[in-house]
Design a protein around this ligand. Structure first.
Ligand code: GLU
Length: 474
């Protein structure tokens, strides 16, 4: 339990779908703020106008809500430091860049892209770190004024100290240091007047009084530049916590090759948000005990930066499936009803009432329902050989199916007992019989408990399917 109220934030760029790794970052930020009685902020970083995707901002907010998380300040609800969208804060960045220009901590650069490309190529050839050569740092105030007045495009760069070691302590990784010799004079304001990520993020984190920056490890190399900006702006540093990257079971970063990576896609596949959150909680953090199941409230209480992992976790879908099954089984039939409705749009309410108790015990995710229950709504084609999978002779299978038809006359009550009587009376092999029936009804050898599922299929369709199977055998 951290003592001081933490102000944490996520700063998504609306450039596409919210990634499952971002959702984990979001969860950890949420937990730290909530457990310390602080605030959790969502700020939209839309300074990269070229990469903006229409509708992405709304979808990001929506998926975070769909996962069951909430925020205290953000673009939709405002807050004491509004606005929470960077392109609506351009005048604020202007004020701060002016401060840096006045103090000689930033400077105008009028170099053309051509020139920049040329020096970069030269440096590459000489095996030097590609860096701006500070050509424009030498310009006099008169030259700068004259260029601006004549309408020459420019960017504003940060002036790096020449040879200074920047040290910071990352809560997960410990001491990290960089020498400014290796850092470029970062562009802070682009030629369109919009700030770069580095500048806008630091100004906002300062103004929004963010105390902890929990973000992906890909931002570590940006941190020294940002630390200098805090220094330049005379502001206290937040605590930096760079989270591990989530690995794909096939190696490397999580990628689409092994399935979904967008947070919403998991919900669309029928994973429950509470199972997703529980799975994400343990993907880079442990409670220090064997406990694996946590509600969001329990996690908020238990979460601690000290127990975040250094080693990258592997996204284990089997474990996610296991969690999802557990969470499905924790729900009452009534709670499961809307999920079945959503994933089985052609099923009637009566059918769903029959299906829930039959499927609940074995269901992994709701998205499996349409495939598993396809036979309820469609004629499923299958090879007649499948009916004889257990070595049943065709004439026996025909006899089985014909006699079974006579049982389906008025009701499905005591069906199991009636079927067993039929099997015994005819001296059939039980395993063979049920395979024939299963395949005849479902078109597959792997199905939900067949006797329990028949009432959802109804008399007419059951008889229809038995007739199709008989046709196949005759
Ligand atoms: N806008 C950055 C992103 O898309 C945020 C990085 C940060 O948290 O500082 O991930």
């Amino acid at each position: 339990m951290s003592s001081l109220p933490a102000r944490t934030r996520i700063a998504p760029s609306p450039t596409g779908e919210y990634h499952i790794g971002h959702m984990r970052t979001c969860l950890y930020n949420y937990a730290l703020a909530r457990q310390s009685g602080g605030q959790f902020i969502i700020r939209i970083e839309d300074t990269d106008q070229k990469r903006l995707v229409v509708g992405a901002q709304d979808r990001i907010l929506k998926v975070i809500k769909n996962y069951g998380l909430s925020w205290d300040e953000g673009p939709d609800i405002g807050g004491p430091y509004a606005p929470y969208v960077q392109t609506q804060r351009l005048d604020i960045y202007q004020k701060y860049i002016k401060k840096l220009l006045d103090q000689g901590l930033a400077y105008y650069c009028f170099c053309s892209q051509e020139r920049l490309d040329h020096i970069r190529d030269q440096q590459k050839k000489l095996k030097q770190i590609p860096k701006y050569d500070r050509h424009c740092l030498k310009l006099t105030p008169q030259e700068i004024k004259q260029k601006i007045d004549s309408g020459q495009p420019y960017v504003i760069r940060m002036k790096m100290p020449d040879n200074e070691t920047i040290r910071f302590t990352d809560s997960i990784r410990g001491q990290i240091s960089f020498n400014t010799r290796d850092l470029d004079d970062q562009v802070l304001i682009k030629s369109n007047g919009i700030p770069t990520y580095h500048f806008a993020a630091v100004v906002d984190d300062i103004l929004m009084k963010v105390t902890h920056v929990l973000r992906g490890e890909e931002w570590i190399s940006s941190t020294p530049k940002q630390i200098l900006l805090y220094k330049y702006l005379d502001a206290p540093l937040p605590q930096f916590v760079h989270l591990t990257v989530i690995l794909d079971p096939r190696g490397g970063k999580m990628s689409k090759r092994s399935g979904s990576v967008a947070a919403q896609a998991f919900l669309d596949e029928g994973y429950l948000p509470e199972a997703m959150l529980n799975f994400l909680m343990l993907l880079g953090w442990n409670p220090g005990t064997d406990q694996e199941l946590f509600t969001l409230d329990e996690f908020v209480k238990e979460f601690s930066i000290d127990h975040l992992h250094k080693k990258s976790p592997v996204f284990d879908r089997k474990k996610l499936d296991y969690f999802n099954g557990l969470y499905i089984r924790q729900k009452s039939d009534k709670e499961l009803f809307p999920y079945f409705q959503k994933f089985l749009p052609h099923a009637s309410d009566e059918q769903i009432k029959i299906l829930i108790p039959v499927l609940k015990e074995r269901l992994v995710k709701f998205g499996d329902l349409p495939q598993t229950l396809n036979f309820l709504f469609n004629d499923v084609d299958y090879d007649s050989e499948l009916l004889l999978k257990k070595g049943t002779r065709p004439e026996i299978a025909i006899d089985m199916l014909e006699k079974t038809k006579t049982l389906f006359t008025d009701n499905f009550s005591d069906l199991q007992a009636r079927l067993m009587n039929l099997i015994q009376a005819n001296n059939w092999n039980v395993g063979e019989y049920f395979m024939v029936l299963r395949v005849a009804i479902c078109g597959s050898a792997f199905t939900p408990p067949i006797v329990d599922i028949l009432p959802a299929l109804g008399f007419d369709k059951t008889l229809h399917k038995l007739d199709i199977a008989l046709d196949k055998l005759k």
